[in-house]
Write a protein that binds this ligand. Structure first.
Ligand code: GAR
Length: 200
């Protein structure tokens, strides 16, 4: 893969805390010409995560702002948004980012999150990874999916931009359901980002 990013495209700051599967999907959409944007920076809230290796392999500027080295959400958020400002990002994309942020006024409606369930159900603090899908299965839901929303100052909360659904099957495990939902996430996030950029 040889990333080429025309400077005139909208600039995305991608926030990660883990494996970077969503980062990889968005980078691929950009490289394939299916999403008109460039990735200005990747910021991880944790060191030693696979998402940083993906960023390196994609030749994307990346940086760790370790949540554990900050005493509170306010000081952590200040550090994150000052880095985002340095990157001249137009839009902030949470991509498996698991720390709470306080979004400063200039960035209201400029931070998006994706969650692997149909919000407002099955979201909130601690709801990530297989826990989300196990909760959906345990509740006996027949439909799950993903939600892209504008982020506010609460976990997995804010105006919904787009949802995509998929079935929950009788023999589902959390892993199987996660894979089915992720297929929908791979379509939903680029589409929602394009919609959001068109409104800016
Ligand atoms: C995605 O499935 C995303 O929906 C989820 O993290 C995954 C990506 O993380 N986000 C949340 O659960 C937010 N509450 P990864 O890049 O570490 O695979």
């Amino acid at each position: 893969m040889t990333p080429q990013q025309p400077p005139s495209k909208a600039r995305l700051a991608i926030l990660i805390s883990g494996s970077g599967s969503t980062l990889q999907n968005l980078a691929q959409h950009i490289l394939d010409g299916k999403l008109s944007a460039s990735i200005a920076c990747v910021i991880s809230s944790r060191p030693d995560v696979y998402g940083l290796i993906r960023a390196e392999n994609l030749h994307l500027p990346h940086e760790v702002i370790n949540r554990r080295t900050f005493p509170d959400t306010a000081s952590f958020s200040d550090a994150i948004f000052s880095q985002i400002l340095k990157c001249h990002a137009d839009l902030v994309i949470m991509a498996g980012f698991l720390s709470l942020l306080h979004i400063p006024p200039p960035f209201e409606n400029r931070v998006l999150n994706i969650h692997p369930a149909l919000l407002p159900k099955y979201g909130g603090r601690g709801m990530h990874g297989l826990k989300v899908h196990q909760a959906v299965i345990d509740a006996g839901e027949s439909i799950s999916g993903c939600t892209v929303h504008y982020a506010d100052n609460q976990y997995d909360h804010g105006p919904i931009l787009l949802q995509r659904t998929c079935p929950v099957l009788p023999d589902d495990t959390a892993e199987k359901l996660a894979a089915r939902v992720f297929q929908q996430e791979c379509l939903a996030y680029p589409e929602a980002i394009a919609q959001c950029l068109a409104r800016m």
